[in-house]
Design a protein around this ligand. Structure first.
Ligand code: NAP
Length: 295
C-alpha cells in the first residue's frame, strides 16, 4: 500500500526536524519545507520542498507539488514573524487557507499548552490563541497539539545555550513541564492515523515535570559525569532583558501553571520521553561529543 503523504512546514527547525523524523518512523511519506536549496533533509529520508512557509504562493505550490492531504503547521513569532504577533497570525492564516484550498483532510496546528492563560506581557503566544480560533472556524479538518517547554532548549546554541559537558543551564531552576519535539511528532502520527478519534480535538504534549537539579541528575546518570545546574542568567536580568519570556516563566513556575500533566499525556503516548530519555535520544553535546561515552 502507498504510504500516506504528510507535508511538514518549517521542517528544518527544532520542532520540524524531529516531527519529520517521528512521522518517518511511523511510516509516513514525509515532505518538509525549507527555503534552502541545500538542506540536509534528503539525507534524513525527508523529501525537501523548497518553499518559504510564510509566502502563500510558495505554500500553494508545495501542496500542488507534493499532493499531500495531511499537513503539520508550525508558526514562529521570534524568527519568521520577527517578533510581530500580527505577522505570525497572518502567516498562520495563510497556511490554513492554503491547506483549505488544497483540500487537506487533516491539518495539525502546533500551538502551546495553556496559551490563553499567559498575561499580557507574553506577546509571543498571542497569535497561537488567535490561530487556534481561526483553525477551528476554518472548515479544515484539524487537530491541535499544545506542547510545553522543549527539552531541546537545553541544547540551543542559537539562543546562547549550547549543551556542555558537566553543566545544564536554563532560564528557570524551578519545577517546569517539558516535552521532546520528537514526541510532538509521535503525537502527530497518532492523530493522523486515528482521525475519527482526533479530528476537532486538542492534546497537551507534557511528558515530564521536574526542576533544574533533577534535569542535571538525569544528564549525570546518562553521561556518567557530575553535572551542575545553573541559571542561564540571574532572574533580575531575565526580567530586565527578556520581559516576554520572563512572564512566560512566571506562569510555568507558579504551582497553578500549565494544567496538563505527564500522567494525562501518557494515556496517549505511554513511553513519552523523560529528561533522562531525552539526553539519551539527543546523544551529543553541542560540540558534537557523545554524551554516553563509548568504553
Ligand atoms: N522553545 C520552546 O520551548 C517552545 C515550546 C512550545 C512551543 N514553541 C514554539 O515553537 C515554534 C518555533 O519552532 P522551532 O523552535 O522549530 O523554530 P526554529 O528552530 O527557530 O526553526 C526556524 C526555522 O524557520 C525557518 N525560518 C527562519 N527564519 C525564517 C524567515 N524569516 N522566513 C521563513 N522561514 C524562516 C528556518 O528554516 P529554513 O531556513 O530551512 O527555511 C528555520 O530552520 C514557535 O512557534 C514557538 O512558539 C517553542
Amino acid at each position: 500500500m502507498a504510504k500516506e503523504k504528510v507535508l511538514v512546514l518549517n521542517a528544518t527547525g527544532k520542532v520540524g526536524r524531529n516531527v519529520c523524523r517521528a512521522l518517518l518512523d511511523a511510516g509516513f511519506e514525509v515532505y518538509g519545507t525549507t527555503r534552502s536549496e541545500n538542506s540536509p533533509l534528503a539525507s534524513q529520508g525527508i523529501k525537501p520542498v523548497v518553499c518559504n512557509y510564510t509566502i502563500r504562493y510558495d505554500l500553494d505550490k508545495a501542496f500542488k507539488e507534493t499532493g499531500a492531504k495531511k499537513v503539520f503547521v508550525i508558526t514562529d513569532y521570534f524568527g519568521a514573524a520577527k517578533s510581530n504577533a500580527d505577522l505570525e497570525y497572518r502567516q498562520g492564516q495563510d497556511a490554513i487557507d492554503a491547506a483549505k484550498a488544497a483540500g487537506v483532510d487533516h491539518l495539525i496546528f502546533m500551538s502551546v499548552a495553556d496559551a490563553e492563560f499567559f498575561n499580557e506581557h507574553v506577546k509571543h503566544l498571542k497569535a497561537k490563541v488567535a490561530l487556534e480560533k481561526y483553525v477551528r472556524e476554518s472548515g479544515v479538518p484539524y487537530s491541535i497539539l499544545r506542547p510545553c517547554a522543549f527539552f531541546e532548549n537545553f541544547d540551543d546554541p542559537a539562543n546562547w545555550n549550547p549543551l556542555k559537558k558537566g553543566v545544564v543551564k536554563f532560564l528557570t531552576e524551578q519545577d517546569c513541564k517539558y516535552c521532546a519535539t520528537y514526541d510532538i511528532g509521535r503525537s502527530a502520527a497518532i492523530q493522523f492515523k486515528n482521525p475519527q478519534e482526533w479530528l476537532g480535538k486538542t492534546l497537551d504534549v507534557i511528558a515530564w515535570q521536574g526542576n533544574l537539579s533533577q534535569v542535571a541528575k538525569a544528564l549525570s546518570r546518562v553521561s556518567g559525569v557530575p553535572v551542575k545546574a545553573k541559571l542561564a542568567m540571574p532572574k533580575f536580568l531575565r526580567k530586565l532583558f527578556l520581559k516576554d519570556l520572563h512572564h512566560m516563566f512566571l506562569y510555568y513556575e507558579d504551582e497553578n501553571g500549565p494544567r496538563g500533566t505527564p500522567q494525562e499525556f501518557k494515556k496517549v503516548l505511554p513511553d513519552a520521553m523523560s529528561a533522562e530519555d531525552w539526553f539519551r535520544f539527543h546523544g551529543k553535546y553541542s560540540n558534537g561529543e557523545k554524551i554516553v561515552s563509548e568504553k
